[in-house]
Design a binder for this molecule. Structure first.
Ligand code: AMP
Ligand code: MG
Length: 290
């Protein structure tokens, strides 16, 4: 993974955030500085300005995608968000999803599977939650839980979860072939930052609802989770569906990075306004005469 400080967000098909954050087969999560801000130089206020500057373009790109689908286009974008407890998934979703027209967004949060979900293969509920053509899908957790929490807690035998990496790659390749561009993000916080955030939750009545005593038990399994994350990203960061590791100790950077990754991907898709399905000049005359 490139960790050099690159230029700020740019026009065209350049992908500075994608290049700087992409996970490769030799990913070493422990070596990532979770306070770093790859592809960006500056602080919170500058990041907010850059995010505001990109908002209009992101909105238009999504509207184009939506318009394309109205006339038979099959393309969609899917953001997959993973991260340890308190890594900031819900904050990123709040800030990034707010940049889109809600009519074009499909959000789904993955919890421990229900009885019905457990009766099917692990990808069943994921297929059902995919974005429709023209939509931006947002997965708050995902099928990766089936090789993360499931692996860490031995919820199924090793022989079962170890096959899932290939099954996930096949599934994502087919999904991408049928028109859905997949952007996978791990919000990567440090162990100390998680401790501080859990403690802060306990100090604030308005954050108690987010706290679960179980989070402390999960925290004790930190090394096992890191290992599981690393394995998933090493094996499932593919050309069609790359994984990006976003340092997330600084919330403002995580939000900016996810927005820029989506912007870069949508620019590559370059959705087009559909041509008119009618004679524009003739319709102008009809409206004028009406
Ligand atoms: P939260 O995102 O804080 O609401 O928590 C959702 C919980 O559901 C997390 O503890 C996840 O690990 C858990 N979860 C999600 N998917 C699965 C799964 N496939 N198997 C077991 N637990 C899961
Ligand atoms: Mg939680």
């Amino acid at each position: 993974m490139g960790r050099t400080t690159g230029p700020e967000a740019s026009r065209g098909s350049r992908t500075p955030f994608g290049d700087a954050l992409r996970a490769g087969p030799d990913l070493d999560l422990a070596a990532v500085d979770t306070r770093s801000t790859p592809a960006f130089r500056g602080g919170k206020r500058k990041a907010a300005r850059l995010m505001a500057a990109g908002a209009g373009e992101l909105d238009e790109l999504q509207e184009r995608l939506f318009a394309e689908a109205k006339f038979g286009g099959k393309r969609a974008v899917l953001l997959v968000l993973q991260g340890m407890d308190t890594s900031g998934k819900s904050g990123v979703i709040r800030h990034v999803a707010a940049l889109f027209n809600p009519a074009g967004v499909r959000y789904h949060a993955f919890k421990a599977p229900t009885k019905e979900e457990r009766a099917h293969g692990f990808l069943w509920r994921v297929r059902n939650a995919l974005p429709m053509p023209g939509q931006v899908g947002i997965f708050d957790r995902s099928h990766y839980e089936d090789v993360l929490v499931v692996r860490v807690h031995d919820l199924v035998p090793r022989s079962v979860w170890s096959r899932r990496y290939r099954q996930i790659n096949d599934f994502e390749a087919r999904t991408s072939e049928s028109g859905t561009a997949i952007v996978k993000v791990m919000l990567h916080i440090s162990n100390e930052e998680q401790k501080a955030r859990l403690m802060r939750r306990l100090l604030r009545p308005d954050k108690w609802w987010k706290y679960s005593p179980r989070d402390v038990d999960e925290r004790a399994l930190w090394p096992a989770y890191l290992e599981a994350y690393e394995a998933a990203m090493r094996r499932c960061s593919t050309d069609v569906a790359p994984w990006y590791v976003v340092p997330a100790d600084r919330r403002w950077y995580a939000r900016l990075a996810v927005q820029q990754l989506m912007l870069e991907r949508l620019r590559q898709l370059d959705p087009q306004w559909p041509p008119p399905a009618f004679d524009v000049e003739q319709e102008k005359r009809r409206v004028a005469a009406s």
